[in-house]
Design a protein around this ligand. Structure first.
Ligand code: SF4
Ligand code: SF4
Ligand code: SF4
Length: 346
């Protein structure tokens, strides 16, 4: 019989060794099992002091995407250049406003009753929120580049908002964490039944995520003298970080300057485009003001086509050069992630 492992093992093997992505899957699973011993503190999952886990549990360990990679079930790949058709969304969003438009479509067509997204809770601190309407979805527009344990929104949507269908927006590691949560739970515990309430998974292309204290406090505030409360937009494009206050650009710096602030868990990451999502979106291989969109599943294709037919977005197949760039970046990230895994194992 396979040896059961618990949070202490997850802590020792994944969190202490700098492999944790902060997907939030372990915390979400513990809550969905109605135990709730786990929470997030200082950008890491922690267990309540002095508790004893049920002997037959251990699901936080087995569902972690860094303990065993999930299996890719579909492998569709259709790539488009896309832009929102909604001016309010375009004004509020980065790039083509596609994530926001797809969420607004999903709410309007009953694909999802609510959306699990990340908002700025002040001074660019990311916070997971459940958005139930267009104005709340708009608040989550724009990349934060610092981590939020997005999967903690899964139990939140069910337990605090009573939602039976939701859309989940997250980084590739969070999509993998969700896939693992559902796959591990299937047939073994109740968390699966609840977690499968997520109807639509929207992934965000990702080259890495930075520690909040290091990027925002140490670098932007400390080294660059930027008042974070004035910042209205952060944008990483073509390996350059741009920081804005309204129309004024406060900083433009190569991402090599901030590489040291990247979270440890990102160093071993292999997924750039969000292979475990239904649809993923990024700002690579397309002109400014547009988004690159990859459809990964049949369901994603259905949602995309309805959003297109109902006038939420405009799309055309991406140029070959754009698709080539996306494939190149995906290959480079996968190779770098595997090389770093091998280096750390030595
Ligand atoms: S109760 Fe289960 S899921 Fe929660 S921390 Fe303990 S072993 Fe992990
Ligand atoms: S990677 Fe996700 S599931 Fe694994 S320890 Fe970190 S937060 Fe928990
Ligand atoms: S680089 Fe990988 S581990 Fe880091 S936030 Fe992006 S998807 Fe997650």
């Amino acid at each position: 019989m396979e040896e059961k492992k618990y949070f202490s093992d997850l802590n020792r093997e994944v969190i202490e060794t700098g492999k944790c992505t902060l997907c939030g899957g372990c915390v979400a699973t513990c809550k969905l099992l109605d135990v709730g011993y786990l929470s997030v503190s200082d950008e890491r999952p922690v267990i309540e002091e002095g508790v004893r886990c049920p002997a037959d549990c251990g699901y936080c360990y087995s569902q972690c995407p860094r303990v065993g990679k999930p299996t890719l079930m579909e492998g569709l790949e259709e790539i488009y250049e896309v832009v929102s058709k909604d001016d309010e969304i375009l004004n509020a969003c980065q790039d083509g406003g596609v994530v926001t438009s797809l969420l607004v479509y999903a709410l309007s067509d009953a694909v999802a009753e609510g959306c699990i997204t990340v908002v700025d809770k002040g001074d660019w601190r990311p916070e997971v929120q459940i958005a139930m309407d267009k104005s709340s979805v708009l608040k989550s527009a724009g990349s934060k580049y610092t981590p939020a344990a997005t999967l903690t929104g899964v139990p939140d949507a069910i337990m605090n908002y009573g939602l039976w269908s939701s859309a989940l927006v997250g980084t590739p590691c969070q999509m993998a964490g969700y896939e693992k949560m559902v796959a591990v739970g299937r047939g073994t515990h109740n968390a699966h039944n609840f977690a499968s309430n997520v109807q639509l998974r929207l992934g965000l292309f990702c080259k890495g995520c930075y520690s909040y204290d290091k990027l925002m406090k140490e670098y932007l505030e400390g080294k660059k003298g930027i008042n974070i409360s004035e910042v209205t937009k952060l944008d990483i494009r073509d390996d350059v970080l741009h920081v804005y206050a309204g129309d004024k650009e406060l900083l433009s710096a190569g991402t090599n300057e901030i590489e040291v602030y990247k979270r440890d868990g990102c160093g071993i990451c292999e997924d750039f485009t969000g292979l475990f999502s239904d649809i993923s979106v990024g700002n690579v291989g397309v002109p400014a003001g547009k988004s690159a969109v990859i459809i990964h599943t049949d369901f994603g294709k259905e949602v995309f086509e309805y959003a297109l037919a109902r006038g939420f977005i405009d799309a055309k197949p991406i140029d070959q050069s754009g698709a080539d760039l996306i494939h190149k970046l995906q290959k480079e990230k996968k190779e770098a992630g595997i090389a770093e895994q091998n280096r750390r194992e030595k």
